[in-house]
Design a protein around this ligand. Sequence first.
Ligand SMILES: Cc1cc2nc3c(=O)[nH]c(=O)nc-3n(C[C@H](O)[C@H](O)[C@H](O)COP(=O)(O)OP(=O)(O)OC[C@H]3O[C@@H](n4cnc5c(N)ncnc54)[C@H](O)[C@@H]3O)c2cc1C
Length: 383
Amino acid sequence: MNPYLDDDLVALADQVRRFATDRVAPGFIERDRTRVLDRGLMRAMGELGFIAPELPESVGGQGLGSLAAGVIHEEIARADLSLSYINLLASLNGQILAEHGDPGLTGPWLERLIQGDALLAIGLTEPRGGSDAANLQLRIERVGDQYVINGEKTSISAADQADAVVLFGRTGAPDAGARGVTAVLVPTDVPGLTRNRFDCHGQRAIGRGSLFFENVRVPVSHRLGDEGKGFVQVMQGFDFSRALIGLQVLAVARVALDETWAYVAQRQAFGKPLSAFQGVSHTLADFDTQVEAARLLCLQTLWLKDRGAAHSAEAAMCKWWGPKLAYDTIHQCLLMHGHGGYDHGLMEQRLRDVLGFQIGDGTAQIMKTVIARTRAGRAAVPA
Ligand SMILES: Cc1cc2nc3c(=O)[nH]c(=O)nc-3n(C[C@H](O)[C@H](O)[C@H](O)COP(=O)(O)OP(=O)(O)OC[C@H]3O[C@@H](n4cnc5c(N)ncnc54)[C@H](O)[C@@H]3O)c2cc1C
């Protein structure tokens, strides 16, 4: 129990946990091998209302609020972090489409997204770098009533599995920074768009890859937000995904801790359970304390969002602290399983999976810059 989750949210979490335990957890290791995101599971999640429940009813959502999204992200991630990307990409892209798109364009996509029938990627990072995102160079040129797109995006989650991508490109001058960036929705089956898949360390069911655009054309109605304002308007959605990522990785850390507490209570050394040694139990207690606190920060961030209060600094805290803490916690849990922890299996896969979020969606350094700017002011903290 905690002050953020009322009885309805606890009941929702229980329902999702039962689904995740029965349907998602059994294929966790197999999906890492096959590297295929299970579309059947995605549709089942949609049918049960587990995808983007926070979206307003006016666009087909349930209007349940960000905390509902948070508890669902936690429960799916406990079973398989890669699978919970379905929730993450839907919540991030769903909010962008609902707030910034032409309803004639976004309505059918939102319907498919919520039903688990479509997967949308987010295309920001380019080969020249991802941290300095405002300096992106992919070209989007207006020709009549169409946009013509040329360039490359790289390290895009679900690049080769997504049905469409929310794409950020430059309609303005190359050196105009955040001004002159426009966001458009691009279906991935358009002529001129090709893609590949990387061999990732973790998160292998969702995967990452590059998208190559060669004279790709979409109607002007595919624009999200105003021309040249994509960075300022649309990027605000990332505060949401940063808190959700914190909850995802901390849920993985929590299940690792639960299993490790049980293991050290029964595994014997020197005639005692491992937990009798303070080198073991105090170490776990330290991580348990921090995981508990970090989770509450993530819930607090979503609570602020649901009240329309500023939460950019808190979201950035969730995003740097959560993934680092989750990695360090699972690392320790793996070590406490001795040689067995090093075999291919739950612990080592969890460790590989959570590591990606120390980079994806922005590194710790960039998150700390966001926090510093919020506290000290943008002028006092230049890039
Ligand atoms: C698992 C995963 C999933 C991803 N999914 C997506 C996705 O779906 N869509 C997408 O667009 N991108 C995605 N990315 C890309 C990701 O957002 C970028 O990798 C990230 O923003 C960092 O960019 P970069 O890799 O180019 O590193 P760089 O920008 O080259 O930075 C390299 C290093 O320098 C540090 N650094 C850079 N600038 C500063 C500074 N000013 N101060 C201090 N340190 C600095 C960085 O923190 C980093 O450690 C994903 C990446 C991963 C690993």
